[in-house]
Design a binder for this molecule. Structure first.
Ligand code: HEC
Length: 126
């Protein structure tokens, strides 16, 4: 009797965990994980924090090379790009094709769906 009760409790506990966990996972945008794995080693997303690359808080809608406290390459500064969904998509697939001479040592992300997720995450940083 005691063991039956224990196993019912175990099932109930497992069931309630299943109810809670997906909700917690949904809070983060899918691109956030990708960003953490592929970009966060160089880029900060909290305004004002410095990194190897320019801070990306509010990057969507921002002219390229425009943070006053980051030492950009001339290639980036003189690219006359504005980072919107279309330019970011082109940049992230092959940074050196869109901005020849950029110092961003990132090879590119070929998966289109993942780029879209990443850009949606970047757009949420504001
Ligand atoms: C190994 C370091 C490194 C990694 C990894 C990296 N970046 Fe960069 N990124 C840089 C550097 C350095 C620059 C400045 C380039 C320049 O001035 O030419 C830059 C520039 C940028 C810019 C232009 C910002 C501006 O203010 O003009 C964007 C957007 C960007 N990176 C996004 C990303 C994203 C998204 C990822 C992940 C997929 C990523 N980067 C991965 C180092 C990195």
């Amino acid at each position: 009797m005691f063991t039956t009760r224990l196993s019912i409790m175990a099932v109930l506990t497992a069931w309630s965990l299943c109810q809670i966990l997906p909700a917690a996972a949904q809070e983060a945008l899918p691109g956030q994980r990708l960003f953490k794995n592929q970009c966060s080693v160089c880029h900060q997303v909290v305004a004002g924090q410095k990194g190897i690359g320019p801070n990306l808080f509010g990057v969507v809608g921002r002219p390229a090379g425009s943070l006053p406290d980051f030492k950009y390459t001339d290639a980036n500064k003189n690219s006359h790009l504005t980072w919107d969904a279309a330019t970011l998509d082109q940049y992230l697939v092959a940074p050196r094709d869109l901005v020849p001479g950029t110092s961003m040592p990132y090879p590119g992300l070929t998966n289109e769906a993942q780029r879209a997720e990443l850009i949606a995450y970047l757009a949420s940083l504001k």
